[in-house]
Design a protein around this ligand. Structure first.
Ligand SMILES: [Zn+2]
Length: 205
């Protein structure tokens, strides 16, 4: 009949509860810190850029009429344009210049080489945070299979210079003629309110 004495029980309880208390205190003190870190790093979206970010460029060995070295591209593109267009980066969602841009007419051109890519009437509201188009100007955009990150996606690049534009997603159920969504980084494009450039290119092809 040897029961632990009351002080021993008390000590055990105290040790246990103290551990628990300490653990939860630690948890609490870590929590805001971690949250702070996540919030602080949100504007640059390191997670997203590591997810969609720079990867070996599969299209660099493809033939595109416009060929430039990285140094030449750096001379004509700003840092972010270079990261997205030449290193296959992805801009943060909902902040791009053309995300909510819905002009009646005009043309979106490649920010790297000015080739016309999309017409204003190809654009639709997808709500995904990036400019969305259901089709492109014929021949302006080239597709590649992108197998990075353990999934299969379709990368789209400018046919003229090989600049990375974004990805194409199919069968998402948008009410568009193609049921495709060209999810394009705003920074990869410029906009011209005139359609003339496109007509010139169309007649050339
Ligand atoms: Zn281009």
């Amino acid at each position: 009949m040897r029961f632990p004495t009351f002080p021993t029980l008390l000590r055990t309880f105290y040790t246990l509860s103290n551990c628990t208390a300490r653990a939860s205190t630690q948890y609490k003190s870590i929590q805001p810190l971690a949250r702070g870190t996540v919030l602080k790093s949100m504007p640059t979206i390191p997670f997203l850029s590591s997810l969609f970010g720079t990867s070996s460029s599969s299209s660099s060995n493809m033939s595109h009429p416009v060929q430039k070295s990285d140094d030449e591209w750096r001379a004509v593109l700003n840092k972010e344009q270079f990261r997205v267009l030449r290193q296959k980066g992805t801009e943060a969602p909902f902040v791009g210049k053309y995300d909510k841009h819905m002009p009646e007419e005009g043309v979106y051109t490649c920010a790297g080489c000015d080739a016309p890519l999309y017409k204003a009437n190809h654009k639709f509201k997808s709500g995904c945070g990036w400019p969305a188009y259901f089709d492109n100007i014929p021949g302006a955009v080239t597709r590649h299979e992108d197998r990075t990150l353990g999934m299969s996606r379709t990368e789209i690049v400018c046919s003229n210079c090989g600049g990375h534009l974004g990805h194409v997603f199919k069968g998402e159920g948008y009410n568009t003629p193609t049921d495709e969504r060209h999810c394009v980084n705003s920074i990869s494009m410029k906009f011209s309110p005139e359609d003339k450039v496109v007509d010139k290119t169309d007649s050339k092809v």
